[in-house]
Design a protein around this ligand. Structure first.
Ligand code: MRU
Length: 369
């Protein structure tokens, strides 16, 4: 249910920096409030979920999207599950069983983003270790979900600080999809880097891929950059080769849904194409992601599950069917960029370069994931 509370987004004037104060995922004592990312940029609506099932549906339907954001939403959903189960289940076994049911169902909502399973595992380890009564576990899960939320913002800020140094005055940065405040608890990964770089060099500008079929670039990244007053231009996805080959792009920065142990990276469909173009034309290609996006249990990109979404999301544009009725369409939502095409992975622990397997392993040991 959409609720128009557009004044909830505060466009702070503070020195022209960080104007976007949107609460992508707001974990409250008895609910979880999400900005409805399907309605942006036309309407700024907020959806209130009071059950874990409503949050699962919001993840499935892209009301909330972006790997870290759905992880945080799942953590909030498990708090809602615990709150309810603590009242409805008399036995501890029933309470824990209800949490496991919710965790398993939430993990299945979107299969590629590992931040989802990461956040669920963080919550699960708490209830598995805890010997306290259900109500106390529910309170502890509330605190843990908020900590996961706040920790994500902190990681994004550090990613931004590390990544800003990779760019110089007047650079044009190309980005794909939306890896901004809307895709995280706040600030963003790839867009966090853009924000930090822009704060340092106000001559920086951005080329935004529209990102068919969901148009996360045209709708969400453009919205964020507009609110932040960061100069940008929108292109359709098939224009990127033109801009890269004609020397109009100084660097590419994208987010990630899952990074395998060797550095192969799954991100929004179309990312792989950009990486090939970047390699061909000698343009640096950066992935910005928190260490919670690294899945060390997956050896390489071939083992990353790729979400398949509905064909009608491809046969339509902005909700209107554009292909003849009955047209067959393919819709892999992500692709894998091989580590060899990645110049560096920007994490909260620093900028990691080849050999990425070793760099990631060291960061995971010394980092905060
Ligand atoms: O299908 P989406 O919109 O959830 O896909 C999002 C992306 O591919 C992002 O680049 C990724 O999740 C990183 S977000 C910081």
């Amino acid at each position: 249910v959409g609720e128009d509370v557009s004044d909830a987004t505060q466009h702070a004037a503070a020195g022209g920096r960080e104007k976007l104060r949107v609460r992508t995922v707001d974990i409250r004592a008895a609910s979880l409030v999400l900005i409805d990312q399907r309605a942006l940029p036309h309407d700024e609506l907020y959806v209130t979920c009071t059950t874990w099932q409503e949050v699962a549906e919001a993840i499935r339907t892209m009301t909330v999207r972006g790997a870290p954001a759905i992880g945080v939403a799942a953590a909030g959903a498990l708090h809602l599950a615990a709150r309810r189960a603590a009242v409805e289940q008399d036995e501890r076994a029933g309470f824990l069983g209800a949490l496991e049911t919710a965790a398993d169902a939430l993990a299945e909502t979107r299969p590629t983003a590992v931040n989802l399973t990461w956040a669920i595992a963080e919550m699960r380890s708490l209830w598995q270790r805890s010997a306290t009564p259900p109500r106390q576990i529910a309170s502890a899960l509330f605190e843990r979900a908020i900590a996961i939320h706040d920790d994500d913002i902190d990681r994004c800020r550090r990613i931004g600080e590390h990544g800003a140094g990779l760019f110089k005055a007047d650079d044009t940065i190309l980005t794909h999809c939306n890896a901004g405040a809307l895709a995280t608890a706040g600030y963003g990964t790839a867009l966090g880097v853009v924000r930090s770089a822009f704060a340092q060099y106000p001559g920086i500008s951005v080329i935004v891929d529209e990102t068919r079929p969901w148009l996360q670039g045209a709708r969400l990244t453009a919205w964020e950059l507009k609110v932040e007053d960061i100069p940008f231009a929108l292109i359709s996805d098939n224009m990127s080769g033109y801009f890269i080959s004609t020397g109009q792009v100084d660097g590419i920065v994208v987010g990630a849904d899952r990074i395998a142990a060797n550095g192969d990276t799954a991100n929004k469909i179309g990312t792989y194409t950009l990486s090939v173009l970047a390699k061909e034309h000698g343009v640096p290609f950066y992935v910005a992601a928190p260490l919670s996006t690294v899945d060390a249990s997956v050896a390489n990109g071939a083992a990353i599950p790729i979400e398949e979404r509905a064909a009608d999301e491809v046969t339509s544009f902005a909700g209107t069917r554009v292909a003849p009725a009955g047209t067959r369409a393919f819709h892999p939502a992500f692709d894998v960029t091989p580590q060899a095409n990645i110049s560096a992975i920007i994490t909260e622990a620093g900028v990691l370069r080849a050999p990425l397997r070793e760099a990631l392993a060291a960061a995971l040991v010394g980092g905060t994931a």
